[in-house]
Write a protein that binds this ligand. Structure first.
Ligand code: FRU
Length: 482
C-alpha cells in the first residue's frame, strides 16, 4: 500500500474509533458544519460537481489542536445537510510530511473539475524545508478516495522575487487555460501570484496579479479571484493588516496584462471570528462563500469537548446596482425553519419578549428609523433567565453603527462594530446556533459574525429600546435539521 493510502486509513480508523468514544458536545451547533472530531480551520476545495456540493477543510483528526494538516471532506445536496466522507488528503510525502515536532501537512487549496473528474490543488508545507511551500495536485476516480500525483510538486518553488510564504492555490478555468492564484509576499507586502497552465501540470508564472499598497498586510493567505457580474473580485486573508482580517477587493481583471485593478475594498465580515473565506460558483450560477468561523489566536472553549472550529453558513455574494458587494444567507437555509412566531407594528417601549426561546434560531427584524427617538435599541439573544448573560445586537442612532457586544455573552469579550448607510428602516437578519451569532444587516450590506459560549440554558430573546421604537416586522423561527 502506498504511503498516502496508509496515512488515510490510519486517520479514518482513528476518527471512527474516536466517534464511538465521544461524549456529548454541549456546544455542538445544529446547522453549522463542524468536523466529526478534532480540529478544523479553513474551508478548502469548495465545488459543486454533478449536483453534489463538496466541502473540504483543514483538518487535524488526532487532536483538538492544530497539527499535521489533513483535508477533511464532506458532501451535501443542499448546502445545509452535510455527510462526512473519508479523509481526502493526509501528509505522506517528502513535500508535505515533516518531523514530528514541526509544522507540516497538506495546506489550504481548491478543487476543479477536469474531464468530469474532481481534482484537488493544495500546498505541501514543511516548516524546516527549503522551499517550505510547494503546490501539488491530487486526483480521484470515485470522488472520495484521492491520490496524490506522481508529478508533485507541480510548482516546486516560488518565483525568485517572492517570499517563501507561498500557499493556498485557488485554480479556475478561463478561455481555454487554467489559472492559479497563490498567496504570498513580495518586498514585505502581501500579494497574489498568478500562474497559468494548459494541463494543470506545467505552470508558468505571470507575475503578481495584485499586491498590497503597504496598508493591506504583509502576506496574503487564501486568495480567491473570481468574476462577479460585470466586475471581478479578489478575496484575501491578509496577515498583519491594521483593522483588517479578511477583505474583498472589487475591481477589474485584465487577462492580457495579468493584472487586477481594484476600485475599492471592504471587510467581508465585521465580526471577530471570520477568516480564510473562499467562494465557488454553483450549478445555479450563484457565487457562494464559506469561511472559517474562527480566528487564529483566540480561545476555543470547545476544545474541552474534543473539537474546535466551525464553518459559517454559506452566503451568496452579489453586487447591487451601485456595484456594492452584498452578502446574503443562501435560500436553502429556509428548509430548516420549524416553529414560527410573527409580530408586526409593535411599539417597543423598554422591552418586548417573544414567546419563542432557543439556541438555534433565525430572527428577521425591521425597525423604523424615521421616527424613533431612541439613542439605542436592538435585540438580546442567548439570554439567561436571570438576565446576566446575553449577546447584545444594538443600533446606535447617533453614530449609525450596529454593534455586537460580547462582553456578557459567555467566555468572550469585545464589541464588533459595523458602520452602515442611513436608511428609513434597519433590518437585522440573525442566525444563532448554540455558540455563534451571525448578523446580516440591511439586506447584506454588512455582516457581523462572532463565536460566543453561553450556558446551555441561556435561550431567551428580547427586543429592547431606550425610547419607544417601532418594530415594523419581527419573525423568529426555530431551526432544526431533523
Ligand atoms: C489560513 C492558513 C493558510 C494555511 C492553513 C494551514 O488560516 O494559515 O494560509 O494554508 O491555514 O492550516
Amino acid at each position: 500500500m502506498n504511503h498516502h493510502k496508509k496515512e488515510i486509513e490510519k486517520a479514518n480508523t482513528f476518527v471512527e474509533k474516536k466517534l464511538n468514544e465521544l461524549e456529548a458536545r454541549s456546544f455542538q451547533p445544529v446547522y453549522h458544519f463542524t468536523a466529526p472530531v478534532g480540529w478544523l480551520n479553513d474551508p478548502n476545495g469548495l465545488i459543486q460537481h454533478q449536483g453534489t456540493y463538496h466541502l473540504f477543510y483543514q483538518f487535524h483528526p488526532y487532536s483538538e489542536d492544530w497539527g499535521p494538516m489533513h483535508w477533511g471532506h464532506a458532501t451535501s445536496k443542499d448546502l445545509v445537510n452535510w455527510d462526512h466522507q473519508p479523509v481526502a488528503l493526509a501528509p505522506s510525502e517528502d513535500y508535505d510530511k515533516g518531523k514530528p515536532d514541526e509544522g507540516y501537512g497538506c495546506f489550504s487549496g481548491s478543487a476543479v473539475v477536469k474531464d468530469d473528474r474532481l481534482i484537488l490543488i493544495f500546498t505541501g508545507h514543511i516548516d524546516s524545508k527549503q522551499p517550505k511551500e510547494v503546490q501539488c495536485i491530487a486526483t480521484t476516480e470515485d470522488g472520495t478516495r484521492f491520490e496524490k500525483s506522481p508529478a508533485n510538486p507541480v510548482i516546486s518553488q516560488p518565483p525568485e522575487s517572492l517570499s517563501s510564504d507561498f500557499r493556498d492555490p485557488k485554480v479556475w478555468f478561463h478561455e481555454g487555460l487554467w489559472y492559479m492564484v497563490v498567496g504570498t509576499s513580495e518586498a514585505g507586502r502581501g500579494g497574489a501570484a498568478l500562474f497559468k497552465s494548459e494541463d494543470l501540470m506545467g505552470w508558468s508564472y505571470c507575475g503578481l496579479v495584485a499586491q498590497s499598497d503597504g496598508k493591506l498586510g504583509d502576506m496574503w493567505e487564501c486568495p480567491d479571484l473570481f468574476p462577479i457580474q460585470e466586475k471581478h473580485a479578489l478575496i484575501v486573508s491578509p496577515m498583519n493588516m491594521n483593522d483588517g482580517k479578511n477583505i474583498i477587493l472589487v475591481g477589474d481583471m485584465n487577462y492580457e496584462q495579468h493584472h487586477f485593478v481594484k476600485d475599492y475594498f471592504v471587510e467581508v465580515d465585521e465580526g471577530f471570528d471570520f477568516y480564510a473565506a473562499q467562494t465557488f460558483l454553483d450549478e445555479k450560477g450563484r457565487r457562494i462563500l464559506i469561511a472559517w468561523m474562527d480566528q487564529w489566536g483566540t480561545d476555543f472553549p470547545t476544545k474541552k469537548e474534543g473539537w474546535a472550529g466551525a464553518m459559517t453558513i454559506p452566503r451568496e455574494i452579489t453586487l447591487n446596482e451601485k456595484g456594492e458587494v452584498r452578502f446574503l444567507p443562501v435560500e436553502e437555509l429556509q428548509f430548516i425553519r420549524n416553529e414560527h412566531e410573527r409580530h408586526s407594528d409593535v411599539v417597543v417601549s423598554n422591552d418586548f419578549t417573544p414567546d419563542m426561546k432557543g439556541q438555534s434560531l433565525e430572527i428577521k427584524a425591521t425597525f423604523d428609523l424615521s421616527n424613533s427617538n431612541s439613542d439605542a435599541f436592538g435585540i438580546h439573544v442567548l439570554k439567561s433567565e436571570d438576565g446576566e448573560e446575553y449577546t447584545e445586537i444594538k443600533y446606535c442612532t447617533d453614530t449609525g453603527e450596529v454593534m455586537v457586544d460580547l462582553n456578557k455573552a459567555g467566555k468572550v469579550s469585545g464589541v464588533a462594530i459595523a458602520n452602515i448607510q442611513k436608511r428609513e428602516e434597519l433590518s437585522l437578519h440573525i442566525y444563532i446556533d448554540r455558540c455563534s451569532v451571525e448578523v446580516f444587516i440591511n439586506d447584506g450590506e454588512k455582516v457581523i459574525t462572532n463565536r460566543v459560549y453561553p450556558d446551555s440554558k441561556s435561550d431567551r430573546v428580547e427586543v429592547f429600546a431606550d425610547q419607544p421604537t417601532n418594530l415594523n416586522q419581527f419573525n423568529i423561527w426555530k431551526l432544526d435539521k431533523s
